[in-house]
Design a protein. Structure first.
Length: 112
């Protein structure tokens, strides 16, 4: 069994338990990942709404492939190029879920 699988929320809970516009969600090996893809300029930013705890692992930007939006007080997925479509945003969120699940399970940092 993997450690630290309880989801943690970095954003305010959705009102009335409803999914916000642009919601994306995945379950990976019993871990829950939730995102909100919002249009920023010509592309999308993928905000991280919920993910499992990192426990004692490093939570640096490099290790977790995420940045902190100081205005929104929330983390978002680090992407080489901002996704231009919602479909691309969903694929980037899926990839981040894969990398994060692997990191939490093994402690090994993957690169894209």
């Amino acid at each position: 069994m993997h450690r630290n699988s309880e989801p943690t929320t970095h954003a305010k809970p959705t009102q009335y338990g409803k999914r916000p516009p642009g919601w994306i969600g995945f379950h990976k090996n019993g871990m829950l990942f939730e995102f909100q893809a919002l249009r920023i300029g010509v592309g999308y930013r993928i905000y991280i709404l919920a993910h499992p705890s990192y426990g004692s692992l490093s939570t640096t930007n490099h290790a977790t492939h995420r940045y902190h939006d100081r205005q929104q007080l929330i983390y978002y997925v680090c992407t080489k190029i901002p996704p231009l479509t919602f479909t691309q945003a969903k694929e980037d969120a899926r990839a981040w879920s894969y990398y994060t699940e692997h990191y939490i399970r093994t402690g090994e940092i993957l690169t894209a």
